[in-house]
Design a protein around this ligand. Structure first.
Ligand code: ADP
Ligand code: MG
Length: 254
């Protein structure tokens, strides 16, 4: 198999004396969808934040598309990168959070145009044209002129996905993208994510939506207490988990 698009090896992270990631290994190949499951406090969000270097890691290493994140390989040694260069690496990694964090005083279209024009140096006309295409993909081209507050939570989250995609990321990270939504709005966001998966986007998704995990994931990773407990295709982990800890968790969420 080819080299993974995302490789995490032995990722460790502590806050003070509390070790919240105790050596996480994860490989995600191009086009794969990996769902991260686990109880609250397992370290799922912290792990995603370590992947794009929003948190510095205390041990181990993360590579995206062969590049060590936060570091540069020079003369056979890893040297820590400056913030500027980390920001450059981060542009290739799209992130969607539970809270959509759109710019409240900008239109939907301007929210999507902002990143490419300001950070990637794309020209306005070009950025607006591709933003409209992205809004069309998430079913919101007709709301391009609206402000975030005029949209439902599900629509705002779809805009947040379009905004992340506008940067043409190699990898998309989702941290419980539907947890803050009213139940009737969850489906429309998951549908956009399914389409994205179908188009071949590489995705790591923290979610409690078991139907999404079982249908869309190539691989499911169950985490607890800062460690990976078990991993495998959804047909194994969700249907016939090997570990008692996984069984207990599934019994509560299914
Ligand atoms: P999950 O996303 O699986 O619910 P988190 O990654 O948010 O878990 O948190 C894992 C553990 O790390 C929790 O015990 C949480 O309280 C702790 N934690 C997370 N962020 C911080 C922080 N910035 N400072 C101190 N502790 C933190
Ligand atoms: Mg979390």
């Amino acid at each position: 198999m080819s080299e993974p698009l995302l490789r995490a090896v032995g990722v460790r992270k502590s806050f003070g004396h509390t070790e919240v990631l105790r050596g996480i290994d994860l490989d995600v190949h191009k086009g794969q969808v990996v769902c991260l499951l686990g109880p609250s406090g397992a370290g799922k969000s912290t792990f995603l934040r370590c992947v794009n270097h929003l948190e510095t890691i205390d041990g181990g290493q993360v590579w995206v598309d062969g590049e060590p994140i936060g570091f540069q390989l020079r003369g056979g040694k890893l040297h820590e990168l400056r913030e500027r260069e980390v920001a450059r690496q981060r542009r290739d990694i799209g992130m969607v959070f539970q809270r959509f964090n759109l710019f409240a005083h900008r239109s939907v279209l301007d929210n999507v145009v902002e990143g490419p024009t300001r950070v990637r140096g794309v020209r306005q006309a070009e950025a607006r044209a591709s933003a409209m295409e992205l809004l069309d993909r998430v079913g919101l081209a007709h709301r391009a002129g609206a402000f975030p507050a005029q949209l439902s939570g599900g629509q705002q989250q779809r805009v947040a996905i379009a905004r992340a995609l506008a940067m043409k990321p190699k990898l998309m990270l989702f941290d419980e993208p539907t947890s803050a939504l009213d139940p009737e709005l969850v489906g429309e966001v998951l549908e956009v994510m399914r389409d994205l998966a179908g188009e071949g986007m590489t995705m790591v998704v923290v979610t409690h939506e078991m139907s999404f995990a079982s249908e869309a994931a190539d691989e499911v990773v169950f985490m607890a207490d800062g460690a990976v407990v078990e991993t495998g295709p959804p047909s194994e982990v969700l249907v016939a988990p090997k570990h008692e800890r996984t069984r207990q968790f599934l019994a509560r969420v299914l």
